[in-house]
Design a protein around this ligand. Structure first.
Ligand code: GRF
Length: 205
């Protein structure tokens, strides 16, 4: 099968450990050979994001679209959209990208825009998910990879990982347990989605 080239653009704002997990999986599992999929660029909304250096160390192109340089959310999103469109991506993966996106941006990338959220959605949308799970007395917590829709943290669920909440957990110990699962879950979910794109193409030809 002649698989079309599938560029992946990853958006970060901070540490970028999920970005690294995806990029390393792509390299180690040879996604280029298997799926014709390539992490084409890592774009950060913050100039000093730690993940930028990590991406460069992995040999990945990086760009900064600094949200502080734009007067409005829509101006920032328009600039971000232009930067991403330059790579003609099959998939745009949000990985610790700490900006709420405008509906116009989400609609433009509909079906190609995914996120990882550190809770078992639909529970605990938004911030402080780990403390809220502990405060609610949850016995399990986890992470969700989902399509991005215009409603925050509400898109179609693609994959989830579950971890226990232990009696003495703090928000940070729970976050660490969840994050280690995120690093397995997100690359797997991205791989499956890219595979599905090839399968859909096969069905429609
Ligand atoms: C992760 O917990 C992710 O679920 C959330 O933000 C955190 C980002 O961590 N959206 P990193 O930047 O990938 O290390």
């Amino acid at each position: 099968m002649n698989r079309p080239k599938k560029n992946i653009v990853i958006l970060i704002s901070g540490t970028g450990s999920n970005m690294q997990a995806i990029a390393q999986a792509a390299q180690q599992q040879r996604w280029a050979d298997k799926l014709n999929a390539h992490v084409a660029c890592v774009i950060s909304s913050k100039p000093g994001a730690q993940g930028l250096a990590a991406a460069k160390a992995l040999g990945i192109a990086t760009q900064v679209v600094d949200n502080k340089a734009y007067e409005s959310r829509s101006a920032f999103d328009a600039a971000l959209q232009t930067a991403i469109d330059g790579y003609q991506p099959a998939l745009v993966a949000l990985a610790g990208f700490m900006r709420i996106l405008t509906p116009a941006f989400v609609v433009h990338f509909a079906g190609r825009l995914v996120n990882i959220h550190p809770s078992l959605l639909p529970a605990f949308t938004g911030l402080n998910t780990h403390q809220r799970a502990i405060d609610a007395g949850c016995r399990v917590a986890g992470a969700t990879v989902h399509q991005v829709s215009t409603e925050l943290d509400h898109g179609h669920i693609l994959a989830q990982a579950v971890v226990p909440v232990l009696p003495n957990d703090s928000a940070s110990s729970l976050a660490e347990r969840v994050l280690s699962q995120e690093h397995l879950l997100y690359p797997q979910a991205v791989y499956q989605l890219l595979q599905t794109m090839d399968a859909d193409l096969l069905l429609n030809t």
